[in-house]
Design a protein around this ligand. Structure first.
Ligand code: SER
Length: 318
């Protein structure tokens, strides 16, 4: 029997849809409590307990922590970059209060370990664009980026001040097949697969040569679990670790998808998300994560594209 009781907040989102399933394989269905304000996938709903829950409510947090005797929390609830830009007040409330509430509950001593996702969005136009180091200029000019850099500072503060075992990675754009694209700037690289499989063309909201750091979801989940399972003494970064998978632009992923769908066309019509993408790095130096907990990605562009199509096709073409 697992002595861990794990709570995943944001279980119907992009990361949660995959992470809950993997955590349940390790800890057992009953020991991983999924929650969200909206229903999650069938796989998540049927694999173990689910609670309808709003991370902004402190009372509800304490209630669930006590009800299940929660020992670890993965707090994934957030508005992504595109959506956050349209509703800054709500983005601040959700992205910040949620984290702050969880860290305060951890301080009361019930929860032993916390995971919180940060992002390449902590970087901004003044950051070195290529091979961005772990410690770099962090002057984000997006609402999402502002919440993420503030969150990182809180994580480090709660660790230093109260010894909370909080761990975090700065995810690049994540590409997965379980959840629909969720309002992020990097989500064109998820959306493009739906169009390649179901239609013959895609209108991309970023320009053809917009290079961004990306990662296939199985690598993202493995990174998360490896970090959470690493011995405390090996964790030297309590803000958030840089994490890298691959770098490509819309033109390059289009070429890779064309290996499967030769007639697939992409045309380009940029919108406000182009400005967000232009403010972010193109590639990331994740050598500190490699040194501290052995991080190494497995998927490159073509192996990711091949697997995405194999997994997504049966879901879309019945
Ligand atoms: N994928 C996120 C977004 O585009 C970045 O972390 O909003």
């Amino acid at each position: 029997m697992s002595k861990e009781k794990i709570w995943v907040i944001g279980a119907s989102g992009q990361i949660g849809s995959d992470l809950v399933v993997e955590l349940r394989k390790i800890y057992g269905g009953a020991n991983v409590i999924a929650s969200d304000i909206k229903e999650a996938s069938e796989e998540v709903m049927q694999g173990g307990p689910f609670e309808h829950f709003d991370v902004c409510s402190v009372d509800e947090i304490s209630h669930i922590v006590k009800k299940y005797k929660i020992t670890e929390v993965y707090n994934l609830a957030a508005l992504l970059s595109g959506t956050a830009e349209k509703d800054p007040r709500f983005a601040w409330r959700l992205n910040m209060n949620g984290l702050f509430n969880i860290l305060n509950v951890a301080r009361e001593g019930f929860v032993k370990k916390v995971f919180w996702p940060s992002s390449i969005a902590v970087f901004g136009p003044t950051t070195q664009k290529e091979n961005t180091p772990q410690v770099a200029v962090t002057e984000p000019n997006t609402v999402y980026g502002i919440t993420k850099i503030a969150g990182e500072r809180w994580c480090e503060w709660f660790h230093d001040k109260y010894n909370i075992d909080v761990r975090s990675v700065r995810y690049p754009g994540l590409i997965g097949y379980k959840a629909l694209p969720g309002g992020g700037t990097t989500d064109y690289a998820v959306d493009i697969f739906y169009h390649a499989i179901q239609q013959k063309n895609y209108e991309c909201f970023l320009s053809a040569d917009t290079k961004l750091p990306m990662m296939y979801m199985p690598d993202g989940i493995r990174a998360t679990l490896d970090l959470m399972h690493a011995p405390q003494k090996d964790i030297s970064v309590r803000s958030s670790y840089n994490l890298a998978g691959m770098t490509f632009d819309p033109k390059i992923i289009h070429e890779s998808i064309k290996r499967h769908y030769p007639d697939f066309k992409v045309n380009y019509k940029t919108d406000f998300r182009q400005g967000i993408a232009d403010s972010w790095p193109q590639s990331i130096d994740d050598s500190v994560a490699t040194r501290d907990w052995g991080w190494k990605p497995e998927y490159d562009l073509d192996s990711m594209v091949d697997d995405m199509i194999v997994k997504l096709k049966p879901k879309l073409i019945k």
